[in-house]
Design a protein around this ligand. Structure first.
Ligand code: NAP
Ligand code: MG
Length: 498
């Protein structure tokens, strides 16, 4: 498990190692000292599955020194782009060979359904590395329109030392979204995974070294947000932090930057995304499946979760009947079981927060349609998928991100009210809506203030399209697409004046 050249493990072998408490994630720092370790538990049944490093600000400092030296030496950034591409492609092949192992690590660490990890998360992770590897020798600079008496060109240069601070909801995928574009541009990258989910990142970096990525170009410091995360935010020699997580911690990173070296900060934050069902929507199986996926996929621990369902009054009865019927097929249980589509909440504190939201919604007068209870399996942090009707725009459930399986249903009468309700949020990450009317579709798509809008389905786009939010869902750059490369570059203009 911890030796770089060990052969890939099967899903069952990872689950067995977890039972024996043998899964490990340590710091990966050039010249670093071994860190203290702490127990790592799984939300599946609260048992100890192994140990993770409990990094410190000193560890961050050592990592940054090595990262800076690597950057300035050109060991990675001055490799020919085709050579960086070859190494990243070799890494992607190793990830493919370890797909089952990495899937099982995310399942056990985060409580994510194994079928999702195997069929969605890890394929998307590997695709991300392949896609950015392919992009690097196709990025061109510009020549300025100077006239004949001068010559000027504009190039993108790697920015330097990158801090990638990650959330726990899609551990492997969020790692890929940040690390692939940052590294392929020639930067040195320091990763801080969420303390709750460090296992897959550790394994992926071991495989990066095996593929030929220089160790100082990609390091990892495990540990808590208030120590390691803060040290990255405040470090005077980190050039950019790309952060995905809560809006609250995103604000802290802006403060850290202001208090230190004005490093660039890219924020991908929370959401309270609307799904709108207009009076002409076709409510077939496919549409219902899409709405349920938007609302409950990944236990709704998903930033672009479609947690507000805005429905035309004429469609509400039919829609609620179809949603509750189909939701019955979503099995809640041990995420190691391939038939399970909903696992536990990530940890007890988060479970408590979700249950509080359910209580508050009831106290504020929302009408419970289905769910609403916790279920005592394993750890007991399992929450039934829950739907509340009669949620108005003043209620807490309409406004706050729950990050758990609680869908708020609100009724509207006319299109402009639907648009106003959709935009009545501090967030603006994603939105989806259902209609057969092209004119309406164009109007609504233009009017919605969100980074990703899907029509007649739920989508977060794919690796080719930029992902990120309006308003308090974030700013400073986009993940995915060629746009993500911009986060990790500086723009330089060169003039030949004679
Ligand atoms: P979080 O609590 O904000 O944590 C995110 C990262 O910040 C973790 O690595 C965390 O470390 C670290 N951190 C925590 N406190 C810190 C501090 N005081 N200083 C510096 N770093 C600190 O978010 P989360 O609970 O992991 O993730 C859920 C949130 O992420 C949701 O709001 C969700 O909407 C958002 N999200 C957004 C996107 C997007 O693309 N827009 C994608 C996924 C998730 P520790 O956890 O180790 O303490
Ligand atoms: Mg864990």
């Amino acid at each position: 498990m911890t030796t770089a050249n060990s052969s890939p493990l099967s899903v069952q072998q990872v689950f067995e190692l977890a039972k024996q408490g043998k899964l490990f994630a340590g710091n990966l720092i050039v010249g670093g000292k071994p860190a203290k370790t702490v127990d790592n538990t799984t939300p599946i049944d609260n048992s100890v599955i192994g140990q993770i490093a409990d990094g410190t600000a000193d560890d961050v400092d050592v990592a940054v020194k090595a990262a800076r030296e690597c950057f300035e030496s050109g060991e990675w950034k001055d490799k020919h782009p085709a050579e960086r591409k070859r190494i990243m492609q070799a890494w992607a092949r190793l990830l493919e060979a370890h797909k089952d192992e990495l899937s099982a690590l995310d399942c056990i660490d985060a409580g994510k359904p194994i079928s999702e990890c195997l069929n969605t998360d890890l394929p998307a992770t590997i695709e991300t590395f392949n896609w950015y590897a392919e992009s690097v020798d196709k990025v061109f600079g510009k020549v300025a329109p100077t006239g004949t008496d001068a010559f000027s060109w504009v190039v993108k240069e790697p920015i330097g030392v990158v801090g990638a601070v990650l959330p726990w909801n899609f551990p492997a995928q969020m790692f890929a979204w940040k690390v692939a574009p940052a590294l392929i541009m020639g930067n040195s990258v320091i990763v801080k995974p969420a303390e709750l989910t460090s296992l897959s990142a550790y394994r992926m970096i071991e495989l990066a070294y095996q593929a030929g990525v220089p160790k100082a170009a990609l390091q990892m410091v495990c540990g808590r947000g208030e120590t390691v995360g803060q040290a990255i935010g405040l470090h005077p020699d980190i050039d950019v932090v790309s952060f995905t997580g809560s809006t609250e911690v995103g604000r802290l990173f802006l403060q850290y930057s202001a208090q230190s070296n004005l490093k660039e900060i890219v924020l991908e934050l929370g959401g309270k995304s609307p799904q709108i069902v207009f009076d002409d929507a076709i409510l077939d199986d496919d549409a219902i499946d899409n709405m349920l996926a938007a609302a409950f996929w990944n236990m709704s621990e998903n930033c672009s979760c479609g947690s507000r369902l805005l429905v035309h009054h004429s469609k509400k009865a039919e829609l609620l009947a179809k949603l509750t019927e189909k939701l019955g097929a979503w099995q809640l249980g041990d995420p190691r079981d391939e038939n399970v589509s909903l696992g536990p909440m990530i940890e007890q504190a988060h479970f408590d927060k979700v249950m509080n939201h359910i209580k508050t919604a009831q106290n504020e007068g929302a009408k419970l349609i289905t769910g609403g209870h916790s279920v005592n399996i394993g750890s007991g942090w399992y929450v039934e998928p829950t739907i509340f009707d009669e949620v108005d725009s003043q209620m807490t459930l309409f406004k706050q991100e729950v990050f758990g399986p609680v869908l708020a249903v609100t009724t509207f009468d006319v299109d402009n009210d639907a648009i106003a309700l959709a935009n009545d949020s501090d967030y603006g990450l994603a939105a989806s809506f259902y209609t057969q009317n092209l004119g309406r579709a164009l109007k609504v798509a233009n009017a919605i203030k969100a980074g990703t809008v899907s029509i007649n389905g739920f989508s977060e786009g794919d690796i080719t399209t930029p992902f990120g939010g309006y308003k308090q869902s974030g700013f400073g750059g986009r993940d995915n697409g060629l746009e993500a490369l911009e986060q990790y570059c500086q723009t330089k203009t060169v003039w030949v004046v004679r």
